[in-house]
Design a protein around this ligand. Structure first.
Ligand code: A2P
Length: 269
């Protein structure tokens, strides 16, 4: 069964089994990055940190791509943070969306960056590059994260300074938020660039190997007794950050086998 809806976009029938949601806001950060929010279907439930498949109603058989949900599970809207790829089958069109347009969302979310996949610990590290910050944008706005961990350190590495804005605005907003603010006192953001001058520079993998990230933050090096890790970025970043955590004695876990770190790919490229 298909349902027809009216939008300012080119109209195609909405495929069965997907939600058709309205865009409520769009914010462009750089020529490579933007955020958008859509209405939340009442029946849509997810765990903070999960991803969902999204598409546009611009073809008989729309292209769907996995996107981390950047908003927390209690939010009334759904937020996404996206890269713009010139000839990307989805992002080429997605980057042009306007308020009132329709975004398609499959009904089931999933993912490994959820607190159930980690053993209890004292300090949680969230390692991200580029749009890999999205699932952490969800988790740092969820009070449950702070119930489980005393300290939360979010690292975000990007090519240039403009790409750090989303994370910096987000953390400032979390600390000011009436719901999360009091929980999030233990949250710290460590932003670095690799291709432009900035007070903190370098890949997070190199900064862990040299120990500089620990010096900069004034914390002890990572240990399996107190630290837990979550990683989200490009395939190469995941591979290298995973190796770094294994070097500190951490072990990769999953939903059905919780351990000391978990990994999720930032999907769209
Ligand atoms: P670099 O500029 O040295 O490539 P991208 O926008 O290409 O996804 O990259 C986002 C950030 O991730 C960049 O700062 C990039 O650094 C960094 N990065 C890329 N590959 C790795 C890797 N294997 N390990 C750690 N960081 C990486």
């Amino acid at each position: 069964m298909t349902i027809e809806i009216q939008t300012s976009q080119q109209e195609f029938p909405i495929p069965a089994g997907v939600f058709a949601q309205k865009v409520t806001s769009v914010q462009h950060y750089t020529d490579r990055l933007f955020k958008f929010r859509v209405t939340r279907p009442e029946s849509f439930r997810f765990r903070s940190g999960e991803f969902v498949m999204i598409g546009l109603p611009n073809a008989e058989k729309p292209v769907f791509r996995a996107y981390s949900i950047a908003s927390p599970s209690w939010d009334e809207e759904i937020e996404f943070y996206s890269i713009k790829v010139e000839d990307g089958p989805l992002t080429e069109h997605l980057q042009k969306i306007k308020v009132g347009d329709t975004v398609l969302m499959r009904k089931k979310s999933t993912g490994t960056l959820v607190k159930d996949a980690l053993l209890p610990g004292k300090r949680l590290w969230m390692f991200s590059t580029g749009t890999g910050i999205a699932p952490f944008a969800s988790l740092i706005r969820d009070p449950e994260t702070y119930e489980k961990f005393e300290e939360v350190i979010l690292t975000h590495t990007c090519r240039d300074v403009g790409e750090l804005t989303y994370g910096q605005e987000l953390v400032a907003a979390v600390k000011d938020d009436p719901l999360c603010g009091e929980f999030a006192q233990g949250l710290r953001l460590y932003s670095t660039t690799t291709r432009e001058d900035y007070p903190f520079q370098g890949r997070i993998t190199d900064l862990m190997a040299s120990g500089k990230v620990f010096e900069d933050l004034g914390v002890s090096p990572i240990s399996a007794e107190i630290d837990r890790g979550m990683i989200c970025g490009s395939m190469a970043m995941l591979h290298d950050t995973k190796a770094a955590l294994e070097g500190f004695g951490l072990v990769e876990g999953a939903n059905n086998r919780p351990d000391t770190f978990v990994v999720e790919r930032a999907f769209v490229d």
